[in-house]
Design a protein around this ligand. Structure first.
Ligand SMILES: C[S@@+](CC[C@H](N)C(=O)[O-])C[C@H]1O[C@@H](n2cnc3c(N)ncnc32)[C@H](O)[C@@H]1O
Length: 222
């Protein structure tokens, strides 16, 4: 009986998630409008940008800004944190990408499965993988991270943020995880094992966004 109810609820959540607008706006509520995640991503962005003095001109004479790749960008909630001219969002879901492109016409987006995507000629200063890997089994995670690492410039940063399993989560968190699309929400130690197999981790921390717990891993590339 309990299983049937759980099945019905997760089925409804999956159907809602298929509609980009519903997926986009409904998630803002449990995430408290993503304030905490945006603050943390901005901090990583600013730490990295500080390594490139603004006086250093690009070939076009403009001050340098980070070239950013957002893998599994979904509806691109975080695109606003980056220079549109130097941002690329990639997602497997054509509906999410169409929605993102309509909302952010100055940013660039591509529909692709990252695991087999060959990428662009140039690599990126910051490659972000946010809330994607818990949709994948361990083999998929390894493939996804290999692509992500290969697309990060030497001296750049790979940033991974994932839904994390807490030892004793509050009721709201249990509900959010029950409704989540992804079947592979792991605990912090498991995320660290999987990510460090692809790249050394310099900083690793668990935090809460609204009622959603995440584990953030910053991986600077040599
Ligand atoms: C929970 S959403 C996160 C979206 C966004 N990164 C965010 O944090 O708001 C997970 C996203 O990963 C995308 N995704 C899953 N597997 C993928 C793959 N193999 N290649 C590209 N995108 C993928 C899904 O389509 C979905 O948009």
């Amino acid at each position: 009986m309990l299983d049937a109810i759980r099945h019905a609820i997760t089925g409804l959540a999956d159907r809602l998630a298929e509609t980009p607008a519903t997926f986009h706006w409904l998630r803002k509520l449990p995430e408290a409008n993503y304030r905490e995640t945006k603050r943390r991503i901005s901090q990583v962005r600013d730490e990295l940008a500080a390594r490139f003095p603004r006086s250093e001109p690009t070939a076009s004479g403009e001050p340098r800004s980070l070239r950013v790749l957002d893998l599994g960008c979904g509806t691109a909630e975080y695109a606003e944190l980056f220079d549109p001219a130097r941002y690329l969002g990639v997602d497997i879901h054509p509906g999410y990408i169409a929605f993102a492109q309509r909302r952010r016409p100055a940013h660039r987006f591509v529909v692709a499965d990252v695991r087999s995507w060959t990428g662009e000629a140039e690599r990126f200063d910051l490659v972000m993988v946010n809330g994607v890997l818990h949709h994948l089994d361990d083999q998929g995670v390894a493939e996804f991270l290999a692509t992500a690492k290969g697309l990060t410039k030497p001296g750049g940063t790979l940033l991974v943020i994932e839904d994390v399993d807490l030892a004793d989560p509050p009721l709201g968190t249990r509900l959010v995880h029950l409704l989540d699309h992804g079947d592979h929400i792991r605990d912090a130690a498991r995320w660290e094992t999987l990510v460090s197999a692809a790249s050394p981790i310099a900083r690793s921390e668990t935090y809460v966004s609204g009622i959603c717990p995440y584990h953030l891993m910053v991986c600077p590339q040599p």
